[in-house]
Every structure is written in C-alpha cells, then in structure tokens.
Write a new protein. Structure first.
Length: 135
C-alpha cells in the first residue's frame, strides 16, 4: 500500500472519529492538530521510521521544564494567571491525552515541594534510562 493511500485512509479515520466527539473534545483535537502543523512548518514532515530521536526522553525533559516553570511561578508568588481558560483546558487535554497525570497543590509551597519531588523522580528515571538500568 502506498504512502498516499495510507494518508487518505488516516484522514478519513480522523473525520469518522471527529463525528462522535463533543465540542470540548474537538477543541482538544484541534489544539493538538495545530501544534503538529506548527511543528511541520518549523521542522518539516514527521517521519517516525527515519527519526532517531528518543521521544520518551524528550517528553520527560519537556515535562521537567513544565514542572520547573510551575514551581518557579509558585515560588515567585505569581498571582492569578492571565492565561485564557480555553488555553489552559487545551493544555490539560493534551497532557492527559499523553497519559501524564495532572496534580494539583493547595498552595505555592506545596506546589514547589511537589515539583521538586517530581523533578528528582524524573531525573533519576532519565539517568537510569541513559545507562540502560531499571528505574
């Protein structure tokens, strides 16, 4: 089967899937699609057969960055976020869709402590993975 047939089949499947989704699910799907399109514009088409990146390691590094920024914001005493609620919803949907749990803290200090524990945990996993050890 040629690549072009696969693409058309995949597009048809996305359309079939989207028919059964509600408005919020469609917003999440659209948000993810826009991110993929932006990546394609910046880096070219994704070709998983030829791409040698370690996606699990890259994802864990991105997650560590996210946790670090949250901790920095909490420690800096950041007030109410100026982010639009739909932007936050889209981010939460994307994170949950990737299988990453979402954790909430009661206050800035609890968030900082939680972030520190997560950073240490993921760092140990990343180091173990690089050395071929079980975490």
């Amino acid at each position: 089967m040629s690549r072009s047939i696969d693409v058309y089949d995949l597009r048809a499947e996305v359309v079939r899937l989207a028919r059964d989704l509600g408005a919020d699910e469609l917003r999440c799907l659209l948000w993810i699609g826009r991110r993929l399109a932006a990546g394609q514009r910046s880096y070219g088409s994704l070709d998983l057969r030829r791409d040698g990146r370690d996606f699990v390691l890259e994802a864990s590094e991105e997650l560590l960055d996210t946790v670090a920024y949250c901790a920095m914001g909490a420690l800096a005493g950041a007030g109410r976020s100026r982010a639009h609620p739909s932007s936050i919803l889209g981010s939460v949907c994307a994170i949950v869709a990737d299988g990453t749990p979402i954790l909430f803290a009661d206050d800035a200090w609890s968030a900082a402590a939680l972030a520190e524990r997560l950073l240490v945990k993921f760092w140990k996993r990343a180091v173990a993975a690089r050395h071929g050890e079980a975490a």
